[in-house]
Every structure is written in structure tokens, then in C-alpha cells.
Design a protein around this ligand. Structure first.
Ligand code: AMP
Ligand code: MG
Length: 328
């Protein structure tokens, strides 16, 4: 009897200590450092995540010579893997939802501004107009396992990390891991809750003072994704130009929003929508939120922060120079 209870106590101890074990790893892929923390004693899962993200990068990267997207851009057609087909379909879905504010065929314009090569320049109005005429997500045709685009090029930079997040979550589920946090640049994938069952506290980067947080948000089982002009930009003749293009003008989006965060269980949509809201601006972002009701958002302007009502008890403002407003 005594032996049995000793075994029981030992088993409980192993289970408890097993839960509190955490494994951490960092690797570089998709142009960013990816930081993985899994609360599990399975130390193989980080390697699995790394090879999955690198595999996706080799399919989606616009700059890797033989990626499926590079081949599509070069030849106007490509035979696709399941993942490329899935991500292109999700991208099309978000383009329709946002009336083209989100548009992966924006690549020629992104490239004209030098954001793909880091040789930045301010193009002339004529160049922008001519290049913008190539942008139209309706030109992308997906049929069976083939994608086609005539006189256009695609760039998955605004959605690829989100899609990678959804595939990482699949790996965590198949390894029976119920507590993990993965940070991919401005994307944070929260899997389950903290080991003690409470929500995670995620910092939202301050869009003006880079090393600070503008606030924190409590969340679990969602992706928290932030898009901001501060993430990539160049200055020319006293003016700042960033990497998120307004598909209506061909210029960097300029509507007063300086960062847009989306929180939702749909990891892929979180990424694509954060970029979309940044382009749409406050009024249209609010309209989309009211129509969809399946995501929460945090919009920051120079003076104000707007959070949707689901975040009212979850968001904490760190910088009192901003006025906090609730969207209902
Ligand atoms: P993100 O950091 O997710 O907001 O994505 C920004 C990246 O997406 C840029 O560096 C471009 O490669 C690409 N991009 C820029 N503007 C758009 C747009 N309006 N729709 C889709 N992708 C875009
Ligand atoms: Mg995005």
C-alpha cells in the first residue's frame, strides 16, 4: 500500500515537473528571427517547427530563385504544392473581403520603391501610375494545382508568416503540446494558455519609440499580429516612406494609422488583416470589424488608440500620452 502511494506521488511529481519544463529555440527564416518557447519536455518539436518554416519559405519567398512564387513571377504560371495553393486562396479571399486593399499582386509597386532590394528611391508619379496599372488580384487564376498570372507578379510578404503560424500550430497539436508561444517578427502565435492555465500577456510594440511597448494585451489560443510603417522604411528629403502600399494610390498608406494589430484564432487571416487595416484606415477598418465580428483590433494614430470592445478588459495602455477609445 505504502509502495503504491509512493508510486502515485512520483507519477504526479513527474507529470507536474513535465508540465513546467520549457524548451526554447531561435532561428532565422522569412527575413526575421523566430523565437519558439514550448512548455513540454519534447525537445524535438523546435527542430520540426524550424524545418517546416524553412520549407514554407522555400516555396513562398519572392527572392529565392526557384520558389514556387518566384517561378510564377518569372514564367506567369506554376504547378503548385498544396501549401502554395492554400495560401494563394487565402490571399484572394482577404483581397475580396477588403476590396483590394490587401493585394498580393502589389509586388511591382513594392519593388518600384526598392523595398525588395533595399535600393530605395521615390519614383515619379508617372512611374507609379504605370506600375499600379499592373496590380489587380483578379488577374491571378488558380485552377487545380496551377496558378497563372499575366503581366503581373505576386508577393506573399503580408501573409506568409501568418500562414506559417497556422502550420506551426498544427505541429504543436500533433505533438500534444498545449502551451507554447512563437514570435515571428510582428506576429505572435499563442498556443493554449500559460502552463498555469492563465492567459499570456503580449506586448504591443510602440510605433514611435522602438524599444518601448505601447501597451499589453492578455490573450490565449490566438495570433496577435501587428503591421506598422515603422517596421521597414526609408527617409528621403525629410519625408518618410514605408513598405505598406495603398493599392489605390501606389504610395505608402497615409491615413493616420501608424500601427494596426489584429487578434484572432485564424493565424493566416490575422497577418493579412493587420496589413489590410493599416491600408484601409480607421473608418473602413471599423466597418470591416462590424461586418465580420470575428477578430479584435488595436489601431494607433499619432494621438489615439482605438481598441475593439472585446479587448476592453484585456488591453493595458503603457503610454498615457495616447487617448484610449473603445470601438463598440
Ligand atoms: P506586413 O508586414 O505583414 O504588413 O506586410 C508588409 C509587406 O507586404 C510589404 O513589405 C510588402 O512586401 C507587402 N505589401 C505591401 N503592401 C501590401 C498590400 N497593400 N497588400 C498586400 N501586401 C502588401
Ligand atoms: Mg501582414
Amino acid at each position: 500500500m505504502r509502495f503504491r502511494s509512493l508510486v502515485c506521488i512520483l507519477i504526479i511529481f513527474v507529470i507536474l515537473s513535465g508540465c513546467s519544463v520549457s524548451n526554447n529555440g531561435t532561428f532565422y527564416a522569412m527575413n526575421t528571427y523566430i523565437d519558439v518557447t514550448v512548455h513540454s519536455n519534447n525537445n524535438n518539436v523546435i527542430k520540426q517547427i524550424e524545418s517546416e518554416v524553412k520549407r514554407l519559405e522555400s516555396l513562398f519567398s519572392v527572392t529565392k530563385k526557384n520558389s514556387e512564387i518566384a517561378l510564377l513571377n518569372e514564367n506567369g504560371t506554376v504547378k503548385m504544392s498544396k501549401d502554395t495553393k492554400n495560401i494563394l486562396k487565402r490571399a484572394m479571399e482577404i483581397s475580396k473581403l477588403t476590396n483590394g486593399a490587401f493585394d498580393i499582386t502589389v509586388y511591382p509597386v513594392v519593388s518600384l520603391w526598392g523595398f525588395t532590394t533595399n535600393s530605395y528611391r521615390v519614383p515619379s508619379d508617372e512611374e507609379i501610375k504605370a506600375t499600379l496599372s499592373l496590380v489587380d488580384y483578379n488577374k491571378l487564376i488558380i485552377k487545380d494545382s496551377e496558378a497563372k498570372i499575366q503581366n503581373g507578379k505576386c508577393d506573399l510578404g503580408a501573409i506568409a508568416k501568418g500562414y506559417a503560424g497556422s502550420k506551426i500550430r498544427e505541429i504543436l497539436v500533433s505533438n500534444n503540446i498545449d502551451s507554447a508561444v512563437i514570435s515571428l517578427g510582428g506576429n505572435v502565435v499563442l498556443h493554449g494558455t500559460k502552463p498555469d492555465g492563465t492567459e499570456w500577456n503580449v506586448g504591443i510594440q510602440h510605433p514611435i519609440t522602438a524599444d518601448d511597448l505601447i501597451g499589453t494585451v492578455k490573450a490565449s489560443n490566438v495570433s496577435v499580429v501587428t503591421s506598422g510603417g515603422y517596421q521597414r522604411y526609408f527617409d528621403s528629403e525629410g519625408k518618410r516612406y514605408h513598405h505598406i502600399i495603398d493599392t489605390r494610390t501606389g504610395y505608402p498608406a497615409d491615413n493616420g494609422i501608424i500601427s494596426a494589430t489584429v487578434i484572432t484564432t485564424d493565424d493566416t487571416a490575422a497577418d493579412a488583416l493587420a496589413t489590410s487595416l493599416y491600408v484601409l484606415g480607421k473608418e473602413e477598418a471599423e466597418k470591416l470589424w462590424k461586418e465580420q465580428q470575428n477578430f479584435e483590433m488595436i489601431l494607433v494614430t499619432d494621438t489615439d488608440i482605438f481598441i475593439t470592445k472585446g479587448l476592453e478588459n484585456k488591453f493595458r495602455l503603457n503610454d498615457n500620452n495616447f487617448k484610449l477609445n473603445i470601438i463598440t
